[in-house]
Design a protein around this ligand. Structure first.
Ligand SMILES: [Zn+2]
Length: 112
């Protein structure tokens, strides 16, 4: 196990499955990646309540539900081809271009 990954194998728009924690087994779409922290934000996963300041329009204030970042290492990418959670392989195409591939079905995940 390496330290914090500076480079994430997960990209915005990927569908991922949570491997551990309270959202274990849940799926969602990645809406944001934070490579420096090794974290991602996934739609509908790790929801937290956040109190909003009262405004003139809403003098009572408001509790907003929003996604908090989770560690990218806690999820697996769901392969769009075989629909299995998979580890990511890297494959070189056209000599120097790297694309991500599924380790289950070997299909390319990234659209070239
Ligand atoms: Zn696959």
């Amino acid at each position: 196990m390496k330290g914090i990954l500076k480079f994430l194998n997960i990209r915005k728009g990927d569908t991922v499955v949570v491997k551990s924690g309270k959202d274990k087994g849940n799926k969602g779409k990645v809406i944001k990646t934070i490579p420096g922290a090794g974290k991602i934000v996934v739609e509908g996963i790790n929801m937290v309540s956040k109190a909003m300041r009262p405004t003139q329009q809403m003098p009572q204030g408001k509790i907003a539900r929003r996604e908090a970042p989770i560690l990218a290492s806690k999820v697996m990418v769901l392969c769009p081809n075989c629909h299995q959670p998979t580890r990511i392989a890297h494959r070189l195409i056209e000599g120097d271009k790297s694309v991500r591939a599924c380790k289950v079905c070997s299909e390319t995940i990234d659209k070239a």
